[in-house]
Ligand binder design. Structure first.
Ligand SMILES: Nc1ncnc2c1ncn2[C@@H]1O[C@H](COP(=O)(O)OP(=O)(O)OP(=O)(O)O)[C@@H](O)[C@H]1O
Ligand code: SF4
Ligand SMILES: [Mg+2]
Length: 339
């Protein structure tokens, strides 16, 4: 396996990340195969979208990268550093600062008894980003202004329940931004918001990316928003990456039957940021000790005998576009696909 090179702009390089959760009690050997052999890269100033249905392993992938949970196997290189080896007993304070997570429910992550100003000043204090009280206050107001909460003095004194969902999510971004992160893991940051304000948050993410050279992993079940914000898109199904590459290329020329299914559920890929529910024959396979082969076999209209025998390898179907499906016979890829 090729060693990642530091200084080439790669912020995150995830290799063969796998997470199997033991289930069924102390004497059971059953495992939920939540994330299987996931590999991708994200560069500075790049957004990689991770898209898939509920239970496909998106949040588990983000939790592994943030090191809220530890992988069963695989490697995580952050700015060229093998973090699992370098920090085997848990993430360092620096890693926890540099990798920030923003969650789906902005209300759940804010304590109702504290003001917005308190929420934003807390990470600044913990990570010692302001030397004195005056600078702390200035920084809080500057961050509120950056995320579009104006006038900042007014918002600093408000409580979470006095804000709309979109405003609360802006606070979540301000709090993450407070500690100068390099990578943001945004797990369904707009899915609980009204359609009318989703675009505002996605545009805020885009602006923060430009102004702070951030790298983003944007997690969504909505392929239209994955395309809107993601330079690259990775499609996950039942814990596996099944297709990835340039977002536009994937939207215009989807290869994997599952990606085609996701796209067929989008009412208007040019305008809509809301996809209809994916309905198709068959069910998502059980993730508890799943059978070998392609995980989409039970739902796939093109299924062949070989599909049930082994997981297909990564095949290139375009310059920056790959898939894992036996319908394609492009060059197999030996190394981890880049994000
Ligand atoms: N701690 C855990 N123990 C056992 N199984 C788990 C655990 N955490 C997640 N899982 C399982 O792993 C699978 C992937 O879950 P994950 O939350 O990553 O999916 P997701 O793609 O984020 O879905 P959603 O869109 O609903 O958020 C699911 O089957 C889930 O039930
Ligand atoms: S590998 Fe086979 S079952 Fe899986 S998506 Fe391709 S054709 Fe369908
Ligand atoms: Mg999730």
């Amino acid at each position: 396996m090729e060693k990642p090179v530091e200084g080439n702009g790669t912020v995150l390089d995830v290799r063969h990340l796998t997470k199997r959760f033991p289930v069924g009690g102390l004497f059971s050997s059953k495992k939920v195969h939540a994330v299987e052999d996931v590999s991708f890269r994200i560069s500075r100033g790049q957004v990689v979208s991770l898209v898939g249905e509920s239970g496909s392993g998106k949040s588990t992938t983000a939790r592994l990268i943030s090191r809220l949970i530890e992988p069963t196997s695989g490697e995580i290189f952050f700015k060229g550093r093998d973090v699992l080896r370098a920090e085997p007993r848990g993430a360092s304070r620096q890693y926890r600062r540099e990798v920030q997570m923003v969650f789906q429910d902005p209300f759940g992550s804010l304590n109702p008894v504290h003001t917005i100003g308190h929420h934003i000043s807390r990470p600044l204090k913990i990570h010692r980003r302001a030397p004195n009280r005056r600078e702390l206050q200035e920084r809080v107001l500057e961050l509120l202004n950056t995320v579009g909460l104006n006038p900042p003095e007014e918002f600093a004194n408000k409580y979470p329940h006095q804000l709309s969902g979109g405003q609360r999510q802006r606070v979540a971004f301000a709090r993450a931004l407070a500690v100068d992160p390099e990578l943001m893991l945004a797990d369904e940051p707009v899915s609980m918001l009204d359609v009318s304000i989703r675009m505002g948050i996605l545009n805020l993410m885009e602006r923060l990316k430009e102004e702070h050279s951030l790298a983003y992993l944007y997690i969504t079940h909505d392929i239209a928003s994955a395309r809107y914000i993601g330079d690259e898109t990775i499609v996950m199904y039942a814990g596996h990456m099944v297709e990835g590459g340039d977002s536009e290329e994937i939207m215009h020329h989807p290869a994997h039957p599952y990606t085609k299914l996701l796209l067929s559920a989008v009412p208007n890929p040019h305008a809509g940021l809301v996809s209809r529910k994916v309905e198709d024959r068959g069910e998502v396979p059980s993730l508890i000790d799943p059978p070998p082969g392609c995980p989409f076999a039970a739902r796939c209209p093109h299924v062949m005998d070989v599909c049930r025998q082994a997981m297909p390898e990564v095949r290139w179907v375009g310059e920056n576009h790959w898939t894992r499906c036996y319908l394609y016979d492009g060059e197999p890829q030996q190394d981890a696909p880049a994000g």
